[in-house]
Design a protein around this ligand. Structure first.
Ligand code: ZN
Length: 335
């Protein structure tokens, strides 16, 4: 069967350029419920290359909505099984899987993307992928769900509001996971699990949100129509869609022009320990477990500030899994 025949119905659409699609690469982070539908749609539509990143394993409770998995796949890698099951849908599409945490994947992979699609169930994960998309200047399509409620956001770095420009929901609420973690992820995210119960999820909502997200990705690649460029909220019980106009902030710590972390002086008491300072950084910047580096050396948490900083000011780099790149701050030592 020729490609012309395979794609003959979609190429009837004015402005559709199958060649553009066939040359495109999409990086899909998170292959759970929404991710399974997104991947199915995009592979069938004939994107050139799909790179799936997920390090979770399949659970029996995933099967009500994660359509790429079967009973026999329980306990196996989500990204690997998804790649195997997607291949027969369109043998021409190149499909790669990376069974690793997204934070551990080389930025070169993200740089390959024409569009990054994130189907993540934690606020921390969304912050991280937003930061990476801004860093590699790749358009980002993000979506999430809670029972019959869903949301979609499209971010064009430095052009439209990013995830940090105008945070919509408090950290505590968005930090919850909607999918019970597979065995591997349970080990990694033990702390999160203790405070985050699984949230309700249904296949209809997953497929609707995935449809919206895939459509945005196609429009971004094909350059047709108007992309969302802001935040859409969908209520499946009343069939209501609400679009919130997000404003790009010049003071955004991720994409703003005016906000430079190195201009911020972080006041530090010489008598306090590095551990105390780390705790304040966690609370101020929403970090997970930051390390502080000064002049190429990591500070030991047990040390007192006066033992590691002898001058009145010091430039420090903060490294954390919630940040795609280290941030630079000025530590100002009080007398
Ligand atoms: Zn921003």
């Amino acid at each position: 069967m020729s490609d012309d025949e395979r794609y003959s119905r979609q190429t009837l659409i004015p402005g559709w350029d199958q060649d553009k699609l066939t040359k495109s690469t999409i990086v899909l982070v998170g292959i759970g419920a929404i991710g399974s539908y997104v991947a199915t749609i995009l592979v069938s539509s004939g994107i050139g290359k799909l790179i799936i990143i997920d390090f979770d394993t399949i659970e029996i409770s995933n099967l009500n909505r994660q359509l790429l998995f079967r009973d026999k796949d329980v306990g196996k890698s989500k990204s690997q099984i998804a790649a195997e099951n997607l291949k027969p849908l369109n043998p021409k599409c190149e499909i790669e899987f990376i069974h690793e945490k997204m934070e551990d994947v080389s930025s070169a992979i993200y740089e390959e993307a024409d569009v990054i699609i994130a189907c993540l169930d934690t606020f921390i994960g969304r912050r991280w992928i937003n930061s990476m998309a801004v860093r590699v200047k790749a358009p980002l399509v993000m979506g999430g769900m809670f029972a019959f409620l869903g949301n979609v956001q499209v971010i064009k770095p430095y052009e439209t509001a990013c995830f940090e420009c105008q945070p919509l929901v408090p950290d505590e609420e968005l930090a919850q996971a909607c999918t019970p973690f597979g065995e591997e992820r349970k080990k990694e995210r033990q702390d999160e699990l203790e405070k985050e119960p699984p949230l309700p999820a249904v296949a209809t909502l997953s497929s609707i949100i995935a449809g919206f997200m895939s459509q945005e990705a196609l429009k971004l690649i094909l350059g047709i129509g108007n992309t969302l460029d802001n935040y859409m909220f969908y209520d499946g019980l009343s069939n209501a869609t609400t679009i919130l106009e997000l404003v790009k902030s010049e003071e955004c710590p991720t994409c703003g022009e005016l906000y430079k972390l190195e201009q911020i002086e972080f006041v530090v008491n010489p008598e306090e320990t590095v551990k105390d300072l780390i705790l304040r950084l966690v609370l101020t910047y929403g970090l997970a477990k930051p390390d502080i580096m000064i002049q190429g050396k990591m500070l030991s948490p047990e040390k007192e500030i006066k033992d590691v900083i002898t001058k009145s000011k010091a430039i420090a780099f903060i490294i954390d899994k919630n940040l795609a790149k280290p941030i630079k701050v000025v530590l100002q030592i009080t007398n």
